[in-house]
Design a protein around this ligand. Sequence first.
Ligand SMILES: [Zn+2]
Length: 433
Amino acid sequence: MEIKLEQKDAADWIYRGEDWKVMRIQKVASNSSSRCLVDHTVLTEHERLLWRELEELISSPTKESAELLYVQHVISPLLGPEHVDAGTHVLVSREFLESIEKKVICQRPAWRVDAAKIDTQRNFVLLMSDHSLFPSGILNVGPCISVEIKPKCGFLPSSRFIAERNVIKRSATRFRMHQVLKLHEREISELSQYDPLDIFSGSKERIHKAINDLYNTPQNNFRVFLNGSIIFGGLGGGTNKTSCVIEKAFEDALKGVIQADDGLRTRSFIELVAETVYSSRVLDRLLEVQKLDNFDIEGAIHAYYNIISQPCMVCSELDEARLQPRYASLHSIPLDESLKMVKDYLIAATAKDCSLMISFKPREDTDFGSPYSSIYLKSTNQNFDYKVNFIDLDLKPLNKMETYYEKDKKILNSYVQAAETKHMKGDTLVMEA
Ligand SMILES: [Zn+2]
């Protein structure tokens, strides 16, 4: 039976976070004045070539179904179906979307509202289970606490296509270098101490440090939800350093979940998250998928121009002396090889940009045969059920390759420039107070 959501159903939906954790609705840019009712260009000609092995995906009638099929057929087998929910396609009426839009407008951060509005011309939305909650049952009334972590890229590239002048890439993570650019552009007010290499390290101590650093400077990489409502971290834009006021409020909010005295709950919560990341080993698979990018953008960009059959903008910028055979050789590889390079790069890009939602509920003594994994929190002597889901698994458009290349250049330039004017301690930039 097909489900259709009508206007009267809109009241049942609550806006949460920047994405609909329960319903993903296509947004349109506010400045796109005219748009076709029927979208013929879900995938471009070259994207259909790129994903040609996935018949269903390339013939998707809507962007939503393309996203769904991408998660189902590409991402889920890589990350493990037990941690991935592709969602379900649901038919909606235009009135439903208009009602939702009215409800959402007052709840979204202002700059997000300006940037995009809900596309009310769509017939379908993607319905997903709310991963910040456990499926509710009659016996399941306890509190549920969830943490959303955006770990970002967890390895240092070693591609031979990285230019000499960009050699710093091999020793400083993309996240840390990007922090410098963000600081320079005043997108953040201070550098985060978080290093993705820690959370992916497999070492208990380093994972603990990573969670602690994320808690101290959550930016848009760390959020906590209690029974589905956000209690820590920002909606949309993210927050900067965790203040005493925020710390106190968070400590109080943990009261019903973490059984510890005042002043000790946050510490125990961080321990709980770190222990779970460590023992679930769920980030190992994510790292493997991120590593599909083994040529780096400095290699993959050349393959991109092969696919779109355009003169390579990167090679044309290099003068004869600097145009090394290793780049030229990339333009004589078979098309299949170019397709694989770029496809792997884009899949890795999804994995570098996705988030992890870990949800916990205290385990009752009577919970025999719980379908969830459990974790023991030593400091409070509590057992928790937990589940892990990867979210925000977007299909990256092929034409983003140029953007990726430009962004990479910009991040490196700003980092190198900052390093020249400020002090460097090893590979770490030390900013002056
Ligand atoms: Zn080239």
